[in-house]
Design a protein around this ligand. Structure first.
Ligand SMILES: Cc1cc2ncn([C@H]3O[C@H](COP(=O)(O)O)[C@@H](O)[C@H]3O)c2cc1C
Ligand SMILES: O=C(O)c1cccnc1
Length: 366
């Protein structure tokens, strides 16, 4: 039987501090100056805290690409027409999009989900979970009902639950939805109080003039919907993004199954913010892949307490940065499993260790 979002939130527990501490000890026993592998070490510790295991081989991973349409496209806020959403879904299913290429390279499965595309798509590999044909226009009313937002969260949660049951141990968030940087900016402003002029970015590449218009659209969306940031599901319902709510469920699902979840760009990070507001402990299971060029993303990551691993001037979404970061997670796992210890390799330890008994740690605080 399906759980409620409240029950899901209650099922998410804190990271395993003992396993993280054991990972730190193991890292400091390896043949390198303490802390010298920088963020790879913090990732290794975080993975231990998440999974409860100090050293494991890198698990099977999957990127969940949630696709949905946005009524707010009627306001002319994107550089591209709304029909690109279903067109790109067909591209994902044919294996030709950027996320497909990068997922193949990283050995990750692509799970493409129709959670609210405004078109009928049939394909044997499509995960058909349409809740409605796109959201309402948030500049003039709510994106969806509260029930629809909750149903979208549960879709993401169930997909992860089933994938975890067949052995997927690491998830990446991905999305497709023309107009979704507008919904994301509105959600970020609603949750944080940061004004629209600081959360609205250039999305697919709009002009300065269209950007100013987009800021006005987000201001209208906030004024007419009056979201209550203390009610995260209600806020998701008002400002929407079926794919954003779906990804919130993916993140909660990963945390409930004690799996790491790699958070992709701006839109995924807004879903992460909603997940954190629903279940604060879920933030411990998040790993930020990269910082997007989209305005607002760097600030959003710092509000989530996440440090991105990659700075590649990307601004695509789909889960592209997320699957690229899998190479680094794999690297961290291999370091933990394969590197020799000082003792095993007969290598002398640091004078600093001998002096005060405390290993100097880089303090890379992921
Ligand atoms: C061909 C194409 C492929 C994409 N893949 C991801 N996005 C990205 O751009 C969209 C958000 O930007 P905006 O809010 O400005 O519409 C989302 O679909 C996002 O995933 C794409 C956009 C396009 C045009
Ligand atoms: O950072 C992202 O995820 C992003 C930025 C611009 C357009 N689409 C996605």
């Amino acid at each position: 039987m399906l759980q409620s979002v409240k029950e899901i939130a209650r099922s998410i527990s804190a990271l395993d501090a003992k396993a993280a501490a054991a990972a730190q000890l193991h890292l400091d026993s390896l043949t390198k100056p303490p802390g010298s592998l920088g963020k790879l070490e913090s990732v290794a510790m975080k993975l231990a805290g998440i999974t409860g295991r100090v050293a494991t081989s890198f698990p099977k991973s999957a990127v969940v690409v949630m696709a949905a349409d946005h009524g707010v496209c009627a306001e002319g806020i994107s550089a591209f027409p709304a029909e690109v959403t279903p067109q790109m879904v067909r591209n994902f299913l044919a294996g030709g999009a950027a996320v497909n290429v990068l997922a193949r390279q990283a050995g990750a499965e692509v799970m493409c989900v129709d959670i609210g595309v405004d078109a009928d798509i049939e394909h044997p590999d499509l995960i058909a979970k349409k809740i409605r044909y796109g959201t309402g226009n948030i500049a003039v009313g709510p994106a969806m009902s509260r029930e629809e937002a909750e149903a979208a969260i549960l879709v993401g949660f169930e997909i992860v639950k089933q994938a975890a049951a067949r052995g997927v141990g690491c998830f990446v968030t991905g999305e497709m939805g023309i107009g979704n940087t507008t919904a994301s900016a509105a959600l970020m402003s609603a949750f944080t109080g940061i004004p629209a002029r600081e959360t609205v970015g250039r999305g697919t590449g709009i002009s300065e003039e269209r950007w100013r218009h987009k800021v006005g659209v987000v201001d209208r969306a906030l004024a007419c919907n009056r979201p209550d940031p203390a009610d995260p599901i209600g806020t998701l319902a008002k400002l929407g993004g079926l794919e954003i709510a779906g990804l919130t469920g993916v993140i909660l699902g990963a945390a409930a199954n004690r799996c790491p979840v790699v958070i992709d760009g701006f839109i995924s990070s807004v879903a992460a913010l909603a997940a954190q507001r629903i279940a604060p402990e879920s933030a411990g299971y998040m790993i930020a892949s990269h910082v997007s060029q989209e305005q607002g993303h760097a600030q959003l990551l710092s509000l989530l307490g996440l440090e991105p691993m990659l700075h590649l001037e990307m601004r695509l979404g789909e889960g592209t940065g997320g699957v690229l970061a899998l190479h680094l997670l794999d690297a961290a796992c291999r370091i933990m499993a394969e590197m020799a210890t000082f003792q095993g390799a007969g290598v002398s330890t640091s004078h600093e260790n001998a002096k005060d008994g405390t290993p100097e740690n880089g303090g890379n605080g992921l």
